[in-house]
Design a protein around this ligand. Structure first.
Ligand code: APR
Length: 257
């Protein structure tokens, strides 16, 4: 019954050819650099692959620590987009639609590392040189899985580099828009450097019948969690207004909220 299903769902399927994950990553990396030419001379996709593989290949898929990705983070070179960095929690679809349509803000997934790894699953096995893209542990199945440790490390690096005014798009349709267990709440906010960042601007995305406002207690916790030197602000913005802005190419970014 259930245990057989779980065992089957965790069975690894090797990549159709041994280099499939490598090919996907190098191709996405080159695609990104072709679209961001200014980053081409300081990043080498083969080197990025080697640092990435070094983090998890040959390791138990529940024993890949966050620090395993330190060499990968060092292998990538990108200037932080001061005043344009967009953090998010439980708003994945709308933030990425937004940054796709308006180029004024950038999320982690719009940077080289985030773009390359977005939507991928990967793992290996203890003492193996194989890579797998299926049958890997789920996000909460074990904490030190290769995918979760990667996002924790990449998010920490993105937040550490943040500068100027930073924006966070949070979900006003859930009881706790600022969740201290999320990546945003448990990692990114703690990495904000008050000597580099001036202000945190929360955009609370609301829908018609929502009762959550900027007065929500979780947002008071967020305000208390950041350094008092940072200017904190919060604005409730209807989801429909953001969607209209996304679909109107004439509308400048600054007028979306
Ligand atoms: N199960 C599966 N995937 C999860 C889970 C989970 N329990 N928790 C997080 N994730 C993955 C998913 O890919 C999800 O879309 O992380 C993504 C973001 O999760 P959220 O809970 O929506 O937000 P948060 O944990 O705060 O992470 C978003 O981290 O990636 C960075 O810079 C980015 O600010 C952003 C933040």
């Amino acid at each position: 019954g259930v245990s057989v299903a779980v065992a089957l769902s965790r069975r690894n399927c090797a990549d159709s050819n041994d280099s499939d994950l490598r090919t996907v990553i190098i191709t996405k990396c080159k695609t990104y650099l072709a679209a961001h030419e200014e980053k081409s001379s300081s990043n080498n996709c083969e080197e990025i692959w080697t640092a990435f593989a070094g983090a998890f290949v040959g390791r138990d898929p529940c024993d890949v620590p966050v620090e395993a990705y330190d060499p990968l983070v060092r292998a990538v070179s990108e200037k932080p987009a001061c005043n344009r960095m967009l953090f998010w929690s439980k708003t994945k679809d709308i933030v990425h639609q937004f940054t796709e349509s308006k180029k004024c803000l950038v999320t982690l997934e719009d940077t080289l590392l985030g773009f390359v790894m977005n939507d991928l699953t990967w793992c290996s096995k203890n003492n193996s040189n194989e890579t797998f893209t299926t049958g890997c542990p789920g996000w909460i199945e074990c904490e030190k899985n290769p995918v979760r440790s990667f996002w924790n490390r990449a998010s920490a690096a993105f937040a550490e580099s943040a500068c100027g005014d930073v924006t966070a798009m949070l979900n006003g349709s859930i009881a706790t828009p600022f969740n201290v267990n999320s990546i945003f709440g448990s990692i990114e906010v703690k990495k904000f450097d008050p000597s580099r960042i001036r202000a945190l601007k929360v955009v609370l995305v609301t829908r018609g019948n929502d009762t959550v406002t900027c007065d929500n207690s979780s947002l008071q916790h967020l305000r208390e969690a950041i350094d008092p030197k940072l200017t904190y602000s919060c604005k409730e913005v209807p989801r429909s207004k953001i969607l209209d802005c996304i679909s109107d190419p004439e509308k400048p970014c600054g007028d979306c909220w």
